[in-house]
Ligand binder design. Structure first.
Ligand SMILES: [Zn+2]
Length: 276
């Protein structure tokens, strides 16, 4: 028994150490290499962004992951396609069916702090949204609202890391993790146009408690005026494939955001219409 485990560790180590060009595709089972985690800093960030920070959201586990008949809302479809629009296109549909190429990274990443958002020095966002975000931050402050950023651009490689982290935390319960964490290539964060917001009202933590803040109420009423739309609204899990995330907003530009509001559709359905 011990021999077998020893051999397994050894093979895993060999794999990690000697096939570095393949790391992008590797899903490491950290459960089996727990005591070696310190030595296995295998993740590298190939993007130009060296300031990515991986925040850990505090979320409650969904209660209904053990149902049911037919397809479950968090499941990935059998057929996965590459996104129909380019990653730089503000209206590109990225979801559980359409994934970004692993090599895609935005070309205009800048520090989020250019907008004046608190904690922005730790994160990158696309320059294309900075002017509107600057207005958003200025106007929200004037209304007595505090907003901070707790996640922005995440590279494909960081998403590999993020998804594996959650698998590890949840005994490799894929069904559970798929309800709240995107698999690599499927994350909107790879676009560089997504912000996970927090506030000093909740100590800049990331997670469900954001829903009860004044900052959240302000965003619900105003975010679209600055081009931002919530991606995973409450009650639409079966359409988005994700648990409600009050903090996760995607920038699509002021005109399109206004169109989403006028249409009465959620972002996911609006973008499906733009990516037939
Ligand atoms: Zn997010």
């Amino acid at each position: 028994m011990h021999m077998k485990k020893g051999i397994l560790y050894f093979l895993l180590l060999l794999l990690i150490l000697f096939i570095p060009t393949k790391t992008v595709d590797l899903i490491i089972d950290k459960e089996k290499i727990n005591d070696k985690e310190e030595d296995l800093e295998w993740v590298e960030n190939p993007s130009q962004d060296s300031t990515e920070v991986f925040e850990i959201p505090k979320i409650t586990k969904p209660t209904n992951t053990s149902t049911s008949s037919g397809t479950n809302w968090w499941e990935y479809p059998n057929e996965i396609f590459t996104t129909k629009r380019d990653g730089n296109d503000l209206l590109v549909l990225v979801n559980k069916q359409y994934k970004l190429p692993s090599k895609y990274a935005p070309s205009d990443l800048v520090k989020a702090s250019n907008s004046g958002i608190r904690r922005g020095e730790n994160y990158s966002l696309r320059n294309i949204l900075i002017a509107d975000l600057t207005r958003l931050i200025t106007d929200s402050k004037a209304d007595g609202i505090d907003l901070s950023i707790v996640s922005g651009y995440r590279s494909y490689q960081t998403q590999v890391n993020t998804y594996n982290y959650w698998l590890n935390k949840n005994n490799n319960n894929v069904a559970l993790v798929d309800t709240f964490s995107a698999r690599p290539g499927h994350s909107q964060h790879q676009l560089g146009t997504v912000i996970d917001f927090s506030s000093n009202e909740i100590g800049d933590r990331l997670g469900d408690e954001f829903a009860n803040t004044n900052a959240n109420k302000w965003l619900i009423n105003n975010a679209y005026k600055y081009g931002f739309v919530i991606s995973f609204p409450k009650g639409y899990e079966s359409i988005t494939g994700y648990k409600f995330e009050s903090w996760h907003y995607r920038y699509i530009g002021v005109e399109y955001a206004q169109e989403v509001v006028n249409s009465g559709q959620i972002l996911e359905l609006y973008l499906q219409g733009c990516n037939p």
